[in-house]
Design a protein around this ligand. Structure first.
Ligand SMILES: NC(=O)CCC(=O)C(=O)O
Length: 288
């Protein structure tokens, strides 16, 4: 499976519409890839909490539409990274608050109607899966303050060269929660896709945790981070594509980069056969 990871760099100076057009062109430049992946919240800004209310939209809104058109143009699956998803009710509340997400009334999670939602598109540009980030980053501010947490573990099937492949979906901070990756494994995931907006200050955690998740769950892992500086935060880059034994197939530096890697899908099952540590699970395994 030929994978292109778009490690996008952006700053506060770039209007969102320009960034969307630029990202769509970068997707188009990856003709020949089976799967193209963008980072977390690249359009609204990963740490631009105060702008999220102005930039929130529905899954069928303009950001996903622009990337869907690019997916269709190159006939590839595209993981569009994530957006701030707003329900119609939340969109109305935001309009009444002049787009200021911090001015919204405090609502219980189940009524908020705002999520950090990643979107997987097929080669016809149709949405085939969405995943609402389960673990919100911010310790009481940022995501947990303004967004609802997702509830569902999400896998999705794609077909590459006639072979079905099960993708598991996770987002950024989720990397710190190994139980999610075990749940994805138990739901059949062979490859896990992790878009992120992970700062440079903790990029060593990013690299280590990505590798640990691949090794412990015997999954290939596509971890796509953001680069650049926005909202007073230097982003970490260092996107990485890993084989199921933890071998680094491709790794970026800190700047905007498009990583291309080939994942050997048969090697995933072979790894599980030749080093069957998963058979020795005692706690929480589907067989126990
Ligand atoms: N956007 C995020 O989820 C950031 C996560 C992070 O910075 C960390 O886990 O450290």
């Amino acid at each position: 499976m030929r994978v292109s990871s778009i490690q996008l760099a952006y700053s506060d100076d770039e209007p969102m519409e320009d960034r969307v057009a630029r990202a769509a062109q970068l997707v188009r430049s990856q003709h020949g890839a089976d799967l193209v992946v963008l980072p977390e919240l690249w359009a609204p800004g990963g740490f631009s909490y105060r702008e999220w209310g102005h930039r929130a939209q529905a899954v069928d809104g303009p950001v996903v539409a622009a990337i869907a058109e690019a997916a269709r143009d190159i006939g590839a699956y595209v993981h569009a990274g994530s957006i701030i998803e707003a329900s119609p009710e939340a969109a109305t509340r935001l309009a009444e608050a002049g787009g200021d997400i911090t001015a919204l009334p405090e609502l219980p999670d189940e009524l908020r109607g705002l999520w950090n939602t990643s979107v997987l598109l097929d080669p016809a540009g149709e949405v085939i899966a969405t995943y609402r980030k389960i673990h919100r980053f911010g310790f009481g501010v940022g995501e947990p303050k303004v967004l609802a947490a997702g509830d569902d573990v999400v896998t999705a099937q794609i077909v590459v060269g006639g072979r079905p492949v099960t993708l598991g979906l996770a987002t950024c901070y989720d990397l710190r929660f190994p139980e999610l990756f075990r749940a994805l494994l138990d739901d059949g995931a062979e490859v896990v896709v992790v878009p992120a907006a992970w700062p440079a200050a903790r990029v060593d955690h990013w690299s280590l945790l990505a590798r640990a998740r691949a090794i412990e769950d015997f999954v290939a892992l596509i971890a796509v981070n953001t680069a650049g500086y926005h909202a007073k935060t230097q982003m970490g880059g260092h996107s990485v594509t890993l084989a199921a034994d933890g071998t680094v197939l491709a790794e970026a530096g800190p700047d905007e980069t498009i990583l291309q890697a080939e994942i050997d899908l048969d090697a995933i099952a072979e790894r599980r056969r030749s080093f069957p540590a998963l058979d020795d699970r005692r706690l929480g395994s589907p067989a126990s």
